[in-house]
Design a protein around this ligand. Structure first.
Ligand SMILES: [Zn+2]
Length: 295
């Protein structure tokens, strides 16, 4: 199934639903950054979260950044996503692997460790909003839910999953259910939602059974006035970096450094942090930058 995001409502607009399938983009991130199993799970969960959060932003050029800084061996990770469905991200130590946790799952919490989640929301008007919350478990889902309940004051249930097999990412994505204030007073609705989510065995098993996001929403809230919006947003790993932008970054090194690169290396290589793309600048490119700096 293509990577995609769908949205909907239920309970007379009292519940907001968003779901994302991010299997292919998580596999792309795994290959680009040569991520270990646990790093794939950590970054995959964070990318799915960021896409789910970004889907409620109105302007197409709005962005949300999630930065997770923990004291575990992954050394932190960063994700940038927008309502246009573009996401990118990286892990500081992509090769770190840990033994499975007590539940036999990838030990994302152990790899992330204790620390903080920093969220920056740029609504597209030039005044980004930032907030910081302490990590609850480092498992990402708990941490983002904690951010939503404290910083955004919206009771939310988030289910994330990344299944990595021997051939790469077989399933990834998640769903976010948010109870809006008027419905939050209906305790029976909230309890029903919690118990139904509790019955699910996880997100990736459902995908691997062949269920669509629509099927999953139908199973969860089909009897609660579920309305799925007709638009499907395609989502993808897309960094947006370009050769020109990377040359701009090289230019910041200054004339002396650029001259040295020409003399010692006969060119330069610049790697984009976000997507690991390598850009090669030859002597002509570097000489042009020196000329521009001299002008
Ligand atoms: Zn890039």
């Amino acid at each position: 199934m293509a990577d995609q995001l769908i949205r909907g409502t239920a309970a007379d607009n009292g519940i907001r639903l968003v779901g994302v399938i991010s299997t292919k983009l998580t596999e792309e991130a795994r290959q680009r950054h040569k991520l270990s199993y646990v790093a794939t799970a950590a970054l995959g969960r964070t990318m799915a979260s960021a896409l789910l959060l970004a889907s409620s932003l109105k302007k197409q050029d709005a962005r949300i950044n999630l930065r997770i800084k923990g004291d575990g061996p992954l050394g932190g990770l960063f994700v940038d996503a927008g309502p246009d469905g573009r996401v990118r991200g990286y892990v500081n130590n992509p090769g770190v692997e840990l033994p499975p946790n007590a539940k036999g799952k990838l030990d994302v919490g152990g790899a992330v460790g204790k620390g903080f989640l920093y969220a920056v929301k740029d609504l597209g008007y030039g005044h980004p909003y930032s907030s910081t919350v302490e990590l609850v478990s480092g498992e990402i889902g708990d941490d983002v839910t904690h951010y939503l309940s404290t910083s955004e004051q919206t009771p939310s249930a988030l289910m994330l999953g990344v299944f990595v097999g021997a051939d790469g990412v077989a399933a990834a994505g998640g769903i976010l259910l948010q109870v809006l204030p008027k419905a939050a007073r209906d305790e029976s609705l909230v309890a029903k939602l919690e118990s139904r989510l509790g019955e699910l065995s996880g997100f990736t098993p459902l995908l691997r059974q062949g269920k669509s996001l629509q099927d999953i929403f139908q199973d969860l809230l089909g009897d609660e006035g579920l309305e799925i919006f007709p638009e499907t947003q395609l989502v993808r790993f897309d960094c947006g970096c370009t050769f020109d932008r990377m040359m701009g970054a090289l230019k910041l090194l200054g004339q002396d450094e650029l001259k040295d690169m020409i003399e010692t290396d006969g060119g330069a290589e610049a790697t984009c942090n976000f997507c690991n793309e390598v850009y090669h600048a030859d002597v002509d490119h570097l000489s042009r930058l020196i000329e521009e700096l001299g002008a």
